[in-house]
Write a protein that binds this ligand. Structure first.
Ligand code: TPP
Ligand code: MG
Length: 373
């Protein structure tokens, strides 16, 4: 786990090499290439889908290893453009996030009404806010991103847990304050050219030929370095909490370490029964048996998270058809944070009523319970 975020390992010189071959700041960040980058990006929309997966994983991890505690709890923040929200994959994942009530997920949408080829009026005129509300998300707005106090206040509001994921629509102007490129698709990539760059620098109060280093004031530098120090302090405090948890709950902590380290026992796979040649079995069902084994294997749970599926047998042999597992116990449910039914309106683990099928971890359950009038 990297101690600091991606940006803190990069220098101004790395920034100056942005979008050049071999640099640490390629146009599409690559995992294992730049320290702190945890996934490769490039295909529009995949980042949103990956972020939903990260938020689900965080919720799962928290529910399985530290139920009722905020030790492993954290918020996943996503920066997405119009192009990301145009893609079907982001819509599908966002729909799931709404269904699961992932309130540990904040998607900041760079609502600049421009894509690489044109204004969004030509290609993307839908009401994104209404769509996300329909998914079950909360929608927040920032109309003036240059108002830093308002920006901070809204970001803090976005981080509040409300039983829903949050879409934060941030109205921006691409390429500002360039008179030539600002607000146009030409600002998407390719650079402004030396003449326009000099004009932009002058507009921002710098000498037209000022090198990049001169653009960062001492005050900005100190403020940024203080953020690093603050982050280190917070991380050290968290590590102390983690160590205290390890002393209190050594079994769970050891299991968590193995889970984080990718150490998994493949024993569950040996129990998968796929039937015999000639059996009449739908691949949907055999695939289901394999996936269930993987679910146990990858969940980090202390024991199988659902009763072993009955051996799949051909109904032609007279054996009964496969049945659903019996309803789960509370602890099993906490280890299996997937809604069991699309119509569920009650947390089966704790009986809390919920306005929609709830992401069933112990932590959200408490929130769902609190939200019931
Ligand atoms: C799936 C996919 N299709 C097409 C592209 C090519 N592409 C790169 S950026 C972009 C438009 C991005 O627009 P937006 O997200 O609004 O970014 P902005 O121009 O506002 O910075 C396109 C179509 C891509 N990266 N991925
Ligand atoms: Mg855009």
């Amino acid at each position: 786990m990297s101690r600091r975020g991606a940006g803190s390992f990069l220098t101004l010189d790395d920034l100056a090499k942005s979008r050049t071959l071999g640099s640490k700041t390629p146009g599409h960040p690559e995992v294992h290439h730049t320290v702190g980058v945890e996934m490769s990006t490039g295909p529009l929309g995949q980042g949103v889908a990956s972020a939903v997966g990260m938020a689900m994983a965080a919720r799962h991890e928290s529910a399985v290893f530290t139920p009722g505690s905020s030790l492993l709890d954290h918020t996943t923040w996503v920066l997405a453009g119009d192009g990301c929200l145009q893609e079907g994959v982001s819509g599908e994942a966002s729909s799931l996030a709404g269904t699961l009530g992932l309130d540990n997920l904040v998607l900041i949408w760079d609502d600049n009404a421009i894509t690489i080829d044109s204004g969004t009026d030509e290609t993307f005129s839908e009401d994104v806010r209404a769509r996300y509300r329909a998914y079950g998300w909360r929608v927040l707005e920032i109309d003036t991103p240059t108002d830093l106090d308002a920006l901070e206040a809204t970001l803090r509001e976005a981080a509040e847990r409300t039983a829903r994921p949050t879409l934060l629509a941030l109205r921006t102007v691409i390429g500002a304050p360039s008179a030539k490129f600002g607000g146009t698709s030409a600002a998407h990539s390719g650079g402004f050219g030396a003449d326009e760059l000099a004009l932009v620098k002058a507009t921002l109060g710098f000498a037209p030929d000022a090198p990049l280093h001169d653009h960062v004031s001492r005050e900005t530098l100190e403020h940024t370095r203080e953020a690093l120090t603050r982050g280190d302090r917070m991380h050290t405090a968290w590590e102390a909490d983690l160590a205290a948890w390890g002393t209190r709950e050594p079994e769970a902590a050891t299991r968590w370490q193995a889970f984080r380290g990718g150490e998994v026992s493949t024993a569950a796979l040996d129990t998968v029964k796929l039937g015999e040649p000639g059996d009449l079995i739908a691949t949907r069902k055999t695939n289901g048996a394999v996936l269930r084994a993987f679910q146990t294997l990858l969940s980090g749970a202390a024991r199988p998270i659902s009763p072993a599926p009955p051996p799949w047998r051909s109904t032609a042999t007279g054996s009964p058809p496969p049945t659903r597992p019996a309803s789960s116990s509370a602890s099993e449910f906490a280890s299996t944070p997937w809604p069991r039914s699309s119509t569920a309106s009650r947390c089966r683990a704790h009986g809390a009523r919920s306005p929609r099928p709830t992401w069933c971890s112990v932590t959200t359950c408490a929130r769902a319970s609190a939200s019931v009038p």
